[in-house]
Design a protein around this ligand. Structure first.
Ligand SMILES: [Zn+2]
Length: 267
């Protein structure tokens, strides 16, 4: 076919998707910066009270932030909620968390020894939460993200939050941290300079890493969290921060509103 004939034939065809600008209903879709932070945040005020459902969750989820806090002189107190018995021998898991805590600069560890995978049934008692908050007087309480897969992770957050709301004399921020997946975040902490220390802490959990490469999982999430922070940030930890203690249902509503933002302008 001659080129002139080909061109005439090609351009005389109707377009598959005709551009009808008059009837086009423009979508007002939100920008990325409404969904995820584009700058790293500072670490929150201490002392910290961190609830880890199992030994290793604290290191995987927020080991970098703990290192940054401890090196700034913030007292970090760790609460291990379950006995971790479904993932290995309880005594070994206790030794592992003590080694990791030493590397991270954690000041104290309390063990609640609820049976593994039973937090939803047993709950974390008001007595325990009262005792821990009176003892450590936290300015920031850390709990697992609402979108965690493991039921103990979600049950820990629900149970602790419910009890915190009944403590009228406690004034603290609540920060939710990511352990096994990305959830919603409104704070990103740059952990590039302490990444090696976080790796060492996670590698204390030999009994767990021999089953799953949890160190790789944690750092894959941390690498992905650096996506919006520029070339100088190699790794970041993501959090959902609230400026005060909120009821579980209020937090759920806030997350629903955030997730709905993705659909803004889409009909
Ligand atoms: Zn866990």
């Amino acid at each position: 076919m001659e080129l002139s004939v080909f061109l005439k034939t090609f351009f005389s065809r109707p377009l598959l998707f005709p551009k009808d600008t008059e009837n086009f209903d423009r979508l007002s879709i939100c920008q990325e910066s409404e969904l995820v932070p584009y700058a790293p945040s500072s670490i929150p005020c201490g002392p910290y009270l961190i609830f880890a459902p199992h030994p290793d969750d604290e290191s995987m989820g927020m080991g970098g932030t703990i290192l940054l806090a401890a090196s700034s002189g913030i007292n970090v107190h760790l609460v291990i909620v379950t006995d971790g018995s479904l993932g290995g021998k309880t005594e070994i898991r206790k030794i592992e968390v003590q080694k990791a805590a030493h590397i991270l600069g954690i000041k104290t560890i309390d063990f609640l020894e609820i049976k593994d995978r039973d937090v939803a049934n047993e709950g974390i008692s008001l007595n325990s939460v009262t005792m821990l908050t009176e003892k450590y007087k936290p300015k920031t309480v850390f709990l697992p993200s609402l979108l965690e897969f493991h039921p103990d992770h979600r049950a820990t957050t629900a149970s602790v939050l419910k009890n915190l709301t009944s403590l009228s004399d406690l004034s603290a921020e609540v920060w939710l941290y990511e352990i096994s997946r990305q959830g919603e975040v409104n704070r990103l902490i740059d952990i590039t300079n302490v990444a090696e220390g976080k790796k060492q802490a996670i590698r204390c959990y030999e009994s767990q890493i021999s089953q799953v490469a949890y160190d790789d999982v944690a750092f894959a999430i941390n690498k992905a969290r650096a996506y919006t922070l520029g070339a100088n940030v190699q790794y970041a930890e993501g959090f959902w921060a609230t400026s005060c203690i909120t009821k579980p249902e209020e937090l759920r509503t806030a997350w629903k509103e955030k997730i709905n933002t993705y659909w803004t302008g889409i009909r």
